[in-house]
Design a protein around this ligand. Structure first.
Ligand code: NAD
Length: 476
């Protein structure tokens, strides 16, 4: 019997009912993909890239439908268009970069055994499961799927059950390129479908929460398949004594509240040198109070609603916990309309690291601000977190760089925030609970999908067993 799920409408109103794939359906899709993958891998790189180019055209043609579906899924218009544009840029990026990356297998002479010459063959991992979250549904599915396909793998995507509407137009575009459709499928569903995808794949790319990442990692560990886990963050922003206060308030606000804070690289903690603290807080409150919500029309205002309504409850609970424990809420808060939930940017002072909003990811437009006395204290505060995704430091360049190098964060933006959302070609590795596995950014974003097989050629006479025979040692 088909199991149906309902995805809420972030702006309120009726939800979207869709059939969820049962584990058996996922297994059958995986089997079909597996059968087609060797032919896909056998194509010359240029042929695969040409097919991906055809798909790009189809994606552009269906763009308006895709953006409309994403807008329904996420309750925001401009960012939905930006998501499609970003996804197209990622495909073009790999089309440009991969010929060079894939055409140079390394070869040479072993240093430890000079009679052995070697050559590396690259073998695609096979079937890759791509499990993605709801905050940027299209981009975070294609960010791993496209390089995996480019490398010659087949992809079974399992997008979030909270944002399923974009999948139909996406797969329509894929269907217009039959060779691609034979190696790229989506299975819609919840945790069960996700676990089934991990169970039948040769590798898994997972983007999502730490809690689910642990489960996916454990399952991948049991099956001994590679797992690339991109998990949550609690990014700090440090405003050094030599920063410009006006710029700092502007950067902190954008870095925290863009996409309603529903981005892994959102700024969720702000630390300000005590000499700038009062003026920073005053400027931040002034700019934050001017932010508008798209409650009336999806194509107006700065911020959309919470995509998953449960997120609003979590943010509300964290704010309540902070206030009960002595924090002052200087502006902003939850706004509920017609069944949807929005949040005007919140600035909090009088905060402490024991509060829930420092220990858990918030994923909302919330800026707790804390003063520090010197660089050492700022570094200690920023590093006091189980997360280590990214961070930001504002100040004189050399000073900011020296502080940045002491942070446990995979990428540190200097004199800006959230630069990882713009820079896809620079490798980075997360710290702590924010992820494990090779970087999805830079060259490794593609090369991680290729197993290197070493072909080792002996050019000298091969040793006989006698070389390993114990003989009585001569004594002097
Ligand atoms: P989530 O962990 O709840 O779900 C992510 C995906 O995993 C969904 O498709 C879900 O259906 C699937 N899933 C759930 N249980 C599963 C299981 N047992 N086995 C396999 N799959 C399962 O995350 P979410 O709430 O959708 O997304 C928000 C989280 O994603 C936040 O923590 C955010 O920080 C993180 N995120 C990280 C990055 C990054 O690049 N590091 C980017 C965006 C979002």
């Amino acid at each position: 019997m088909t199991n149906f799920l309902v995805a809420a409408n972030p702006r309120g109103g009726p939800g979207y009912r869709f059939p969820a794939a049962a584990p058996a359906d996922v297994g059958e899709a995986a089997q079909r993909l597996r059968t087609a993958q060797p032919d896909w891998a056998a194509l010359a790189v240029e042929e695969r890239l040409a097919l991906l180019g055809q798909w790009c055209e189809a994606l552009r043609a269906i763009g308006p439908d895709l953006v409309a579906a994403l807008t329904e899924d996420t309750g925001r218009a401009l960012l939905s268009q930006a998501e499609l544009d970003g996804a197209l840029r990622r495909i073009e990026h790999w089309r440009r970069k991969s010929p060079a990356l894939l055409s140079t297998p390394s070869q040479g002479v072993s240093e430890s055994a000079p009679s052995v010459h070697y050559e590396h063959r690259r073998d695609p991992l096979g079937l890759v499961a791509v499990i993605s979250p709801w905050n940027f549904p299209l981009l975070l599915t294609l960010i791993d799927a496209v390089p995996a396909l480019t490398a010659g793998c087949a992809v079974l995507a399992k997008p979030s059950e909270h944002t399923p509407r974009f999948v139909a137009p996406l797969m329509e575009s894929v269907g217009s390129v039959p060779a691609l459709a034979s190696v790229f499928q989506c299975s819609l569903g919840g945790p069960e479908a996700g676990a089934a995808a991990v169970n039948c794949a040769d590798a898994v790319c997972f983007t999502g929460s730490v809690a689910t990442g642990r489960k996916v990692g454990a399952l991948a560990g049991e099956r001994l398949i590679p797992a690339f886990l991109e998990l949550g963050g609690k990014d700090p922003l440090i405003v050094l004594a030599d920063a410009d206060v006006e710029d700092a308030a502007r950067i902190a606000l954008r870095g925290s509240v863009i996409a309603t804070g529903q981005a892994c690289q959102s700024i969720e903690r702000v630390y300000v040198h005590q000499s700038l603290y009062d003026s920073f807080v005053a400027k931040l409150v002034a700019t934050a109070s001017a932010v508008t919500l798209n409650t009336e029309r999806v194509d107006r205002g700065h911020l959309g609603p919470f995509i998953d309504p449960r997120q609003a409850q979590l943010v509300e609970a964290q704010l309540e916990d902070a206030q009960v424990n002595g924090a002052s809420l200087l502006c902003g808060g939850l706004v509920r309309r017609n069944g949807g939930a929005w949040c005007a940017p919140v600035v909090l002072t009088g905060v402490r690291h024991e509060m829930r909003l420092y220990r858990e990811e918030t994923f909302g437009p919330v800026l707790p601000v804390m003063p520090f006395a010197d660089d050492d204290e700022a570094v200690d505060l920023a590093n006091d977190s189980e997360f280590g995704l990214s961070a930001a430091v504002l100040g004189e360049r050399a000073h900011a760089l020296s502080v940045a190098a002491r942070l446990r964060a995979g990428a540190v933006s200097i004199n800006d925030a959230g630069l990882t959302s713009q820079v896809g070609d620079v490798e980075k590795d997360s710290y702590g609970a924010s992820g494990v596995g090779k970087s999805r950014m830079g060259s490794s974003g593609l090369l991680r999908f290729l197993r290197r097989q070493a072909l080792l050629v002996q050019t000298a006479p091969a040793a006989s067993l006698d070389a390993f025979k114990e003989v009585e040692r001569q004594t002097a």
